[in-house]
Design a protein around this ligand. Structure first.
Ligand code: 9MR
Length: 872
């Protein structure tokens, strides 16, 4: 990632408004700066590389002969069309400063150095013009700061010359004022809880930051202040992830629902929280609602999501947009244009990337597919039609599928058309030619849009999610499902024909690279999804031959857009399929083994999260990976019904919602103190108060010891991993929003919502056998029977047996039960003569069903009156 990846147009606006101050220095000149005055800039001699310097509108900023250098294109209209700078420069009112630097420009031009507010009203505190040539020139100016500002910007405006220039800077210095105070985040009370709350039957853990090394008393207090539970803390020593001495509190034994509880320990009172079985219901819909608001190519309807989020359609071929209805390739890449409208904007930028769209779409589709196989998913009521505020609500299709389809349609458009070179492959991405500034409404983006070359990774992402689409949409829209199925097969074949077309790590101007040198995991995932949908031997052969089928796919740091073998493995464990029983059991055991490992990691963390505590585990977007580790824990619970795994998933949510070193909920609108200034061109409230903050349910990328953006690098250098985060719109490497992080949050929230009170898991009281008597002649249908035995100790009086087909199977007629079907889910209700099932007794019913082709395995879950039966 080059530091120049995105800058604001602040420099442009500043220059446009404030430069009556030309000449040499604006502000008060001739101030006296003592020789020992403190330095306010970081890495002014470029001795530590480029960071925290950034550039915009230039070539890559790099270090050449010990100086910071960048090329600047000729012909830019204005000085401020390109810049090199540093953020978070503090000024103290009334203090005197000396700004100085060495500069060369080859062949030569005038450069302006400006110290300013990096957002409206773009006030300038100082500005100096320097006529720079190929011979180094030392420039110095003094001024008195007119006000306190802990976070100004020094920017060298380097545009506006007719000829291309190479600009080099060295010994950049701003001396004066007070020594820079180390940044101290406001972390609130030392007692750290899930600020949203706890499930009545779930684990309830907190972390207390303290100097104490001996245990102390804690008290749980009701909203009225009554002590409702108490106990002793557990000393945990110094936590590596935060560098803090901490103790933990476990109040799991207290289960009474209520609001406004606080935990008091070591003289501190936590933020308030609830104990409730409905905590996560709205988080599920909020996390999913994010996707509608991120949609490209459609006006966002304020009646649905509130006027503050209403906006015009972005990138629908209406000026000043230059896409996305007919987008050409980058020069030399292809000779056609594609209509690639629609989809979701990836993150805070306006790019659309097939690779990241893939994992996000998978997770939405998988959130829905889980309703067909997981006992706690309650028939998917929380994900039904009209549960989200999307334009498609009321169309008899679950809204989460409608939302996923918005992206699927885009992904399908990214496929290279038949007859063109690399037909069937998917273009890796489509985004702006150059980075744009913040904030920027998508409809106002003036940049040319470009298709980037096809890649094997993108093609396999398309194959995988289009295969999921084929089976999940079959009951709702057979034509769309068929279109998906065809595209999936075509893409997979194209990827096999071109197995090593890799996206370039250097293709990161105007958009992210999403590069990946190993696509063997994408092959495994795509083969798995195609096998699950089609049941065809060729895909099974490929997936079982992959090293990922038996290899370690669940690393400690979790899976993400670059490593997707886990997606295939999870689906082979949960979605019904025809793998041999021993192999299927091994696949499932690999999920529970991974979950056991995550529990072990979690127990080692005083903040109780399933992520190791070293700096390497806190990377760009780690909150998404933490949620993904929670998904593995949740899946292990779905497979085994062992509550320890559910408890692990809950504790991961505790971390995301406030039980962390910064005492912040990383989800906007959730918790007492939550992230709200995530990096986004749409949600630019921090820059422009007329714009909204991100909508409730937006997950920040989170603590990232890599500090790849200059703002956080400058502010947080040397941070302990959990402190490497700042809720500031400038910090794109710690505080962006992104579809792949929110899809993980949505999956997890949906699982947690399904747990209701997280009551003890009841023993199964039924056993079910599903027998497929085979296909009719011609293969258009089949006959099956379900036998249900009462394995409990009391009679069942009246029953509804429920299961789901994998694809588009439809019951045509049934006997010995009244059968209805909604989507893929079949409900069989007793007839009057077989309503009672005595302990040990069995009832059977049968049906004829039509098929639309594809896999037709026995269901993975059969319930009686909502309780899961053991399957045999
Ligand atoms: O999430 C991505 C992270 O894993 C990478 O380290 C980072 C740098 O390549 O890019 C992240 O993805 C960004 C993408 O490149 C552009 N859109 C915003 C994404 C989230 O920051």
């Amino acid at each position: 990632m080059t530091p120049s990846r995105r800058r604001r147009r602040l420099a442009a606006l500043a220059a446009a408004t404030a430069l009556a101050l030309t000449g040499t220095t604006a502000g008060v000149a001739h101030a006296e700066v003592p020789p020992d005055a403190p330095e306010q800039l970081k890495n002014g001699d470029f001795g530590a590389g480029v960071s925290p310097w950034f550039s915009y509108g230039t070539g890559t900023l790099g270090v050449t002969d010990g100086r910071g250098c960048a090329t600047v294109p000729g012909g830019l209209a204005n000085l401020w069309d390109a810049g090199i700078g540093q953020d978070a420069v503090p000024l103290t009112a009334g203090a005197e400063y000396e700004l100085s630097f060495d500069i060369t420009a080859t062949p030569g031009t005038t450069v302006r150095a400006v110290l300013q507010i990096p957002a409206a009203p773009y006030t300038q505190y100082a500005a100096v013009d320097a006529a720079a040539t190929a011979t180094s020139r030392h420039v110095s100016t003094t001024f008195t700061a007119s006000e306190d500002n802990p976070s100004t910007q020094l920017i060298f405006q380097v545009g506006g010359a007719a000829a291309e220039q190479t600009i080099c800077l060295d010994n950049v210095s701003l001396r004066g004022g007070e020594p820079a105070a180390p940044y101290e985040p406001d972390t609130g009370p030392r007692v750290r809880v899930n600020q949203v709350g706890y499930l009545p039957g779930g684990p309830k853990n907190a972390t207390v930051v303290t100097d104490a090394t001996a245990p102390f008393d804690w008290q749980l207090r009701s909203a009225a202040g009554a002590v409702v539970a108490s106990g002793r803390s557990t000393p945990r020593g110094v936590d590596a992830a935060s560098g803090q001495n901490v103790q933990t509190v476990d109040f799991s034994a207290y289960r009474t629902p209520g609001t406004g509880y606080t935990l008091v320990a070591d003289g501190e009172t936590s933020h308030p929280f609830d104990i409730s079985g409905t905590l996560y219901d709205k988080l599920r819909s909020d996390a999913l609602q994010f996707f509608y608001i991120q949609r490209s190519g459609i006006a966002i309807d304020g009646d649905l999501v509130g006027e503050e989020y209403a906006r015009r359609a972005g990138h629908l071929g209406v000026a000043p947009n230059q896409g996305d209805t007919s987008v050409p390739c980058q020069p030399g890449v292809c000779d056609y244009s594609l209509d690639v409208r629609g989809g979701w904007y990836d993150a805070g930028d306006h790019g659309k990337y097939v690779v990241n769209g893939g994992i996000a779409t998978y997770q939405l589709l998988n959130t829905f597919e889980r309703t067909k196989t997981a006992a706690t998913a309650d028939g998917g009521a929380g994900l039904a039609d009209s549960t989200l505020r999307v334009p498609e609500r009321g169309n008899a299709v679950p809204d989460i599928l409608d939302e996923a389809r918005w992206e699927l349609e885009f992904l399908l458009r990214m496929q290279v058309p038949a007859g063109k070179p690399l037909a069937g492959m998917a273009h890796h991405k489509i985004h702006d030619k150059n980075w744009t500034g913040l904030p920027l409404d998508p409809a106002d983006d003036p940049q040319p849009r470009e298709l980037h070359p096809p890649s094997t990774a993108a093609t396999l992402n398309l194959a995988a999610v289009a295969a999921q689409c084929a089976r999940l949409f079959a009951p709702y829209d057979a034509a769309f499902a068929t279109r998906c199925g065809t595209a999936a097969k075509t893409a997979y074949a194209a990827a096999k024909a071109h197995p090593a077309i890799l996206a370039s790590p250097n293709d990161a101007t105007g958009g992210g690279a999403y590069d990946d040198t190993d696509v063997s995991d994408e092959f495994y995932w795509a083969a798995a999804e195609l096998y699950l949908s089609t049941g065809e031997a060729t895909y099974r052969t490929d997936l079982t031959a992959s090293r990922h089928h038996t290899g370690a796919v669940f690393g400690d740091q979790g899976f993400g857009w670059q490593g997707v073998a886990a997606l295939g493995r999870l689906d082979l464990a949960t979605v019904p399929n025809g793998l041999p029983t021993a192999d299927r059991d091994r696949v499932r055991a690999s999920v529970t083994a991974a979950a056991d490992r995550y529990l072990e990691i979690l127990r080692g963390q005083a903040y109780g999260l399933p992520m190791p505590g070293d700096a390497n585990s806190y990377f760009w977007g780690a909150n998404g990976n933490i949620a993904n580790n929670a998904i593995v824990l949740a899946t292990a619970f779905d497979l085994t019904r062992d509550a320890k795994y559910r408890n692990g998933a809950v504790q991961a949510a505790d971390y995301l919602l406030g039980r962390n070193a910064l005492n912040i909920s990383y989800v906007t609108g959730w918790g007492e103190h939550h992230a709200r200034n995530q990096h986004s061109r749409m949600f630019g409230n921090q820059f422009d108060p007329t714009l909204p903050n991100p909508p409730a349910g937006s997950l920040a990328g989170g603590a990232n010891a890599g500090l790849q953006d200059p703002f956080s690098a400058n502010l947080l250098a040397g941070c302990a991993p959990q402190f490497c985060y700042v809720d500031d719109i400038n910090s794109y490497s710690t505080n962006e929003v992104a579809i792949n992080w929110n899809s993980a949050l949505a999956w997890l929230a949906s699982f947690l919502a399904d747990q209701d009170d997280a009551a003890a898991v009841p023993a199964s009281t039924c056993a079910a056998t599903y027998t497929n008597y085979g296909a009719w002649q011609g293969g258009t249908g089949f006959t099956a029977q379900v036998a249900v035995r009462n394995t409990g100790t009391t009679a069942i009086n009246g029953w509804t047996t429920r299961f789901a087909f994998t694809g588009g199977q439809q019951v045509r007629e049934a006997w010995l039960a009244k059968v209805t079907q909604a989507g893929a889910t079949v409900s069989a209700k007793n007839e009057s003569h077989n309503a009672r099932i005595n302990p040990g007794a069995t009832v059977t019913f049968g049906f004829n069903a039509t098929t639309t082709g594809g896999a037709n395995p026995a269901p993975g879950l059969i319930t009686v009156n909502g309780s899961p039966c053991t399957l045999s």
